[in-house]
Design a protein around this ligand. Structure first.
Ligand SMILES: CC(C)(COP(=O)(O)OP(=O)(O)OC[C@H]1O[C@@H](n2cnc3c(N)ncnc32)[C@H](O)[C@@H]1O)[C@@H](O)C(=O)NCCC(=O)NCCS
Ligand SMILES: Nc1ncnc2c1ncn2[C@@H]1O[C@H](COP(=O)(O)OP(=O)(O)OP(=O)(O)O)[C@@H](O)[C@H]1O
Length: 200
């Protein structure tokens, strides 16, 4: 049986950074954000449901979903965000479980699931243990504004649409402190892999 470890945190807290470290070591990381992009590609069931719910004005000229436009709607409106989640999340879960089965069939010992909304969406049943990538509020805001070229207000709206990172850290089996250098984060990741006896 493949071991499934959950990797979560807040927006821009460093999950992809940790994912890169795990992948460098040969681990399979199943990424919910990547799955969420795949299941809304043109022609997919969720694609049509999104157009029904949000209208054709959220499409780009090539008919794909304009993610910036959809984001501008859902990060400022909780009920719209819930509507989008109801459409997209079941398809994301199916896609992730399929990828897990593929990894198991390929003989993998461990897979990580990078799920930003693991706690919000009550998905802990999908994983055996949870690691939370943590940063303090100021660092999160600064890194998010820089990475996505967002105003402070836009960045705060995204942060506010998630459970506070401090609450996630309290619930975690283990916390990776990503406030400092990438090297220090890497050391913590290596320590956890040893402690939990994980191999790819
Ligand atoms: C709103 C969308 C179109 C914005 O796309 P964009 O390319 O700008 O962002 P991306 O998908 O890379 O997400 C970036 C981060 O935003 C946060 N985020 C995304 N969706 C949500 C949400 N519904 N609620 C809270 N935070 C979210 C996550 O931390 C995620 O890592 C997109 O995020 C989306 O389709 N969201 C709904 C699906 C979802 O919940 N995805 C998150 C994991 S399942
Ligand atoms: N220890 C660090 N020191 C400096 N910058 C960092 C560090 N860790 C991550 N970053 C930067 O912070 C930003 C957010 O990191 P990353 O993309 O890994 O977060 P994430 O949790 O995957 O975000 P999201 O889920 O929102 O996509 C990136 O621009 C990344 O390069």
């Amino acid at each position: 049986m493949v071991k499934v470890i959950g990797l979560t945190g807040g927006i821009a807290s460093g999950k992809s950074t940790v994912t890169n470290m795990l992948q460098e070591k040969g681990f399979t990381v199943i990424d919910a954000d990547v799955a969420a992009r795949k299941v809304v590609e043109v022609g997919e069931q969720a694609y049509h449901q999104i157009i029904n719910e949000f209208g054709e004005q959220i499409l780009q000229s090539d008919l794909s979903i304009d993610r910036a436009k959809l984001g501008a709607v859902i990060f400022h409106d909780e009920s719209k965000r819930k509507q989008l989640n109801t459409i997209v999340h079941p398809a994301v879960r199916r896609e992730m479980l399929l990828q897990k089965e593929n990894a198991e069939q390929a003989g993998k010992n461990t897979v990580f699931m990078d799920i930003p909304l693991l706690y919000e969406s009550k998905l802990t049943w999908m994983v055996e243990k949870v690691m939370v990538v943590y940063v303090d509020q100021d660092t999160q805001l600064k890194r998010l504004m820089e990475r996505n070229d967002l105003s402070e207000e836009e960045a705060q709206a995204r942060i506010r649409s998630q459970l506070p990172l401090s609450v996630k850290a309290e619930r975690a089996d283990i916390v990776i402190d990503n406030n400092e250098t990438i090297e220090k984060t890497k050391d913590q990741v290596e320590e956890i892999l040893m402690k939990w006896g994980l191999d790819p």
